[in-house]
Design a protein around this ligand. Structure first.
Ligand code: HPA
Length: 278
């Protein structure tokens, strides 16, 4: 697999040549969760301008890049919209933004996604901090020979979803009065939603949330040694949890309905200097 090593380096050099600061935090927002986080100090600009391959759009998923200044002396790279393997991107392409962030000096990755709720007691609108993940995509961004300088051949995946950052998320959620649960995210390739039998399998496996993103980016981020925090919005009960069929519109609508809560929690986290220290 092609890892875009030279392209990652070239994009990072171009960023620095523009005189832009080196952010310590990157935020990647998922489906319908691309909330406004204040006026950017650079951008918004098309993500396509930073990618060495063409962007393929999905309804409801824009692709823009912003540099935020969430507090005095704090900067964060904000990817509004992500790339999914089901769109036809290779695993290396899916994680290009994460590898670019790492090359710019980012040490902490925050991501949001929309997910199906595997637990029957979690209605649409439930917000969860992801405690761990199960990669069921059959893919890895580390296949082939990624550059040795990027990380170990066999990276450890304990604490892939940082306990320290989850504690920070709970602290802010509590202060805001927003309930935040915690659960295991199963990442599947998609783009078909799961069958009811697959959701029963996921529940038996120990998954609480199911989605079509995130797990590859977390593998790439851990390979580069980044700390990771993932916030999942339960957009719908998983297939078969209720008799309703699943639709993409329902997922986007759940994102719109939760945007205020997601924005408040992200803004609080980004403004916290502890997120930027690592
Ligand atoms: N399954 C997979 N991905 C999803 C779902 C789901 O039910 N909802 C939002 N993304």
């Amino acid at each position: 697999m092609h890892h875009y090593e030279a392209e990652v380096r070239a994009a990072a050099e171009r960023w620095r040549a523009l005189g832009r600061p080196a952010p310590r935090v990157a935020l990647v927002a998922g489906s319908g969760l691309s909330v406004d986080l204040g006026a950017p100090v650079a951008g918004p600009e098309p993500l396509a301008g930073w990618l060495p391959f063409p962007v393929r759009a999905v309804a409801g998923h824009g692709h823009e890049l912003e540099l935020l200044e969430p507090g005095p002396g704090l900067t964060a790279l904000y990817f509004r919209g992500r790339l999914h393997a089901y769109q036809g991107y290779s695993a290396s392409e899916v994680v290009f933004p994460v590898r670019l962030a790492a090359a710019l000096g980012v040490r902490t990755l925050v991501m949001t996604n929309a997910a199906g709720g595997v637990r029957p007691e979690w209605p649409a609108g439930t917000l969860a901090a992801v405690s761990d993940q199960i990669n069921l995509t059959g893919l890895s961004p580390l296949c082939g020979e990624p550059p040795e300088s990027w990380g170990p051949r066999f990276p450890d995946m304990l604490d892939a979803h940082s306990a320290e950052l989850r504690a920070l998320a709970h602290e802010h959620a509590e202060r805001l009065g927003h309930p935040l649960v915690e659960g295991v995210y199963a990442g599947l390739l998609g783009p078909a939603y799961e069958t009811a039998a697959e959701v029963r399998m996921l529940r038996a496996m120990g998954a609480d949330l199911v989605g079509m993103s995130t797990v590859l980016e977390i593998i790439a981020a851990r390979h580069r040694g980044l700390r990771c925090l993932v916030l999942s919005l339960v957009a719908n009960p998983g297939a078969g949890v209720t008799p309703q069929p699943l639709t993409h519109d329902e997922v986007l609508e759940a994102g719109r309905a939760a945007a205020g809560r997601v924005r408040a929690l992200l803004a609080a986290l980004l403004a916290d200097p502890r997120l930027h220290e690592s």
